[in-house]
Design a protein around this ligand. Structure first.
Ligand code: G1P
Length: 293
């Protein structure tokens, strides 16, 4: 068994009901932050962490994602004919090596754990990453790279963690780290979407995971949890004590792009970081500020 993280799963089967009507005929993962679809950020982050094989767990109505990572011969010819080399380079850079991208369908929306389980044969018996494209992370060192570094040093399972306010703990998987703090914390318990007031801490799981293949054995049981869904958090919780489990309080800013305000904020934050758009965005924000006074 290899001990390198070479494969990543991208669960992209979700319906995106929170962004209707925009997501009626378009996958939510194709919503652009500035000029790149959300899924492109997740794939680029995985590439920067050394991932070589990209496994998408899709569903009906998601074919735009497949097209996005495919060649577009007509478009490329058009850009070349018009001398638009910057755009052409950008499109070429977003392509993955032939054969390094695979799609498997989750036939029914039975939960995140079930989506991950659908990729079990493509992952096989080796550690793997899971990235949720809704969680967009702006960081100097990409979040998954930070996690792979922890994995290479410590092994086991690594999940991304972030402190959230009391009133938000019921939206997340919550980590019990036995009160430890610091960048890398031991995970001694995990609970998916605890009822208000019952969370073991304020440390939330963010959508980046490095997991050992044993989690598939737990997912195989198809036990349901919060919301009647097969939860990845519950399957991970079963591995605690049997394998090393680390929560990484990663460096960077996370935007919840499954939420309208989080998505808007991400657009502004990523535009501000860009040389071509930063100054214009700053002026625009000042103008809007004037209007709202
Ligand atoms: C999923 C996970 C949850 C995690 C969250 C991070 O929940 O089940 O444990 O905290 O992603 O974004 P979802 O947002 O799909 O409800």
């Amino acid at each position: 068994m290899t001990n390198r993280v070479r494969k990543a799963i991208f669960p992209v089967g979700g319906m995106g009901t929170r962004f209707l009507p925009a997501t009626k005929a378009m996958p939510k993962e194709m919503l652009p932050v500035v000029d790149r679809p959300l899924i492109q950020y997740a794939v680029d982050e995985a590439r920067a962490a050394g991932i070589e094989q990209f496994i998408f767990v899709t569903g009906r109505g998601k074919s735009a994602i497949e097209d996005h990572f495919d060649r577009s011969i007509e478009l490329e010819a058009l850009l070349a004919a018009k001398g638009k080399s910057a755009e052409l380079d950008d499109i070429h850079e977003s392509l993955l090596q032939p054969g390094n991208i695979a799609y498997v369908r989750q036939q029914e929306p039975l939960g995140l754990g079930h989506a991950v389980w659908c990729a079990r044969h493509l992952v096989g018996d080796e550690p793997f990453a899971v990235l949720l494209a809704d969680d967009l992370i702006q960081a100097e060192t990409p979040c998954l790279r930070q996690m792979v570094d922890v994995f290479d040093a410590a092994g086991g399972n690594v999940i991304a963690a972030m402190e959230v306010p009391d009133e938000h703990t019921s939206r997340y998987g919550i980590i019990d780290s036995g009160g430890a703090d610091g960048r890398v914390r031991p995970v001694t318990g995990l609970v998916e979407k605890p009822a208000q007031g019952s969370a073991p801490s304020n440390l939330a799981v963010i959508g980046r995971y490095i997991l050992t293949p044993e989690v598939f054995t737990e997912l195989e049981r198809r036990e349901t949890g919060a919301g009647g869904e097969i939860q990845l958090t519950d399957a991970m919780a079963k591995l605690i004590g049997r394998q090393p489990f680390h929560g990484l309080a990663f460096e960077g800013r996370r935007f919840d792009c499954g939420d309208k305000l989080g998505f808007l904020e991400a657009n502004v934050a990523f535009a501000l970081e860009r040389d071509d758009l930063g100054p214009g965005t700053r002026e625009m924000l000042a103008r809007i500020g004037d209007l709202s006074e």
